[in-house]
Design a protein. Structure first.
Lengths: 259, 105
């Protein structure tokens, strides 16, 4: 991730979208004292030339720690549109569990009380690139390492995995294999999220899970190949076996990083 | 240390002559290893496994014959007494089967 020229990636994409950085602050309505942070999937080795530029506008205002973003809007910028989220700084600091003890952000259990969405936003803001205004998060970038997010992300995916597994197992035991397979697809996505996060590859979007596995293990590796096969090929005559393999493979994926 | 549920050494495992049979994990068992301890969860029942038990569990994939599992254990854990490995392994697998965590095929 550190080898990616983040600023260059964003600037090239903005240019392709016909967005002028000279007028960006005004077009994004960045509040006084605020900043605009940009994130692209390419920062984490995913995405393509047509990837979205996720834009987060942050400003120094107090706010309820449990509040959702003030607003999430699509704004016409240049010849295109940008999806923008506006976050008061106070919300983010609270979400980061900074409080008055900033050292706590380095603890092993940070983020585990926050939701998946908040974690994704925090990750993007901390790992994103600031092109407009004061870079609030420069200090945090140096202190909050990607593996801190990965620990939290692995925990969240694992909780999701456990919930899905229990439901899918009941369906399997009741011989409702079709339903178990449908749940099994979500189960394997959550399990892949666990495995990747434990390998310090944070994947927040389902669409990148296979690419993540293929990148970490190689596309021919049994883990990546089996993940792909189980999610894309179901033999109508082998429902029971397919459901069974999904459940067992979910277990193997979750345990993989520990073996 | 070779140690697989020694209290079950007299319990029933697969019957004699089943070395060619393959134990298979029941799919609805959730399993996880944490800090060296293996955990199996099925419905309201949870079992803890030591490293040898965990290895047996992972080898119980429905494709690996019991004889191969025993050979692997003897080799990987440097067990001094293959007969003891066989006895303990069969007892362990028999216990898992009794609890509904494993089937033979």
């Amino acid at each position: 991730m550190d080898t990616v020229d983040k600023e260059g990636v964003v600037l090239r994409r903005l240019e392709a979208l016909g967005v002028s950085t000279a007028t960006l602050a005004g077009e994004l309505a960045v509040p006084s004292g605020g900043c605009a942070v940009f994130y692209m999937s390419a920062f984490d080795g995913f995405g393509n030339d047509y990837s979205d530029v996720d834009t987060y506008v942050v400003w120094p205002a107090a706010g309820s720690p449990t509040a959702r973003p003030e607003r999430s809007v699509t704004v016409p910028v240049g010849q295109s549109e940008l999806d923008i989220e506006y976050w008061p700084e106070g919300h983010l600091r609270e979400a980061l569990a900074l409080g008055t003890a900033e050292g706590s952000i380095l603890g092993p259990d940070i983020f585990t009380l926050k939701g998946f969405y908040e974690l994704k936003v925090l990750y993007r803001i901390v790992t994103g690139v600031c092109l407009v205004g004061r870079d609030y998060w420069g200090v945090l970038r140096e202190r909050v390492k990607a593996d801190s997010f990965c620990r939290g992300l692995a925990e969240m995916y694992h909780r999701l995995y456990q919930d899905i597994f229990d439901d899918a197992a009941k369906l399997y035991d009741a011989a409702d294999y079709e339903s178990a397979i449908l749940l099994g697809q979500n189960l394997l996505r959550a399990a892949a999220g666990v495995a990747l996060a434990r390998r310090n590859v944070p994947v927040f979007k389902e669409k990148w899970l296979y690419r993540g596995l293929a990148r970490v293990y190689g596309p021919e590796h049994p883990l990546a190949a089996r993940f792909w096969a189980l999610l894309t090929r179901v033999e109508p005559t082998g429902m029971a076996a397919h459901a069974a393999e999904m459940l067992d493979f979910g277990n193997l994926l979750v345990n993989e990083a520990d073996e | 240390m070779w140690h697989v549920f020694p209290q079950m050494a007299s319990d029933g495992g697969p019957s004699s002559g089943q070395a060619a049979c393959c134990p298979r994990r029941v799919p609805s068992v959730r399993y996880r290893r944490l800090e060296g301890v293996g955990y199996l969860v099925r419905r309201e029942t949870c079992l803890e496994l030591d490293p040898v038990g965990w290895r047996i569990w992972l080898l119980s994939d429905g494709r690996t014959p019991l004889s191969d599992i025993m050979r692997a254990l003897t080799r990987e854990f440097d067990a001094p007494d293959p007969a003891r490995v066989e006895k303990d392994c069969e007892a362990f697998l028999g216990h898992l089967a009794d609890q509904g965590f494993l089937v033979w095929q």
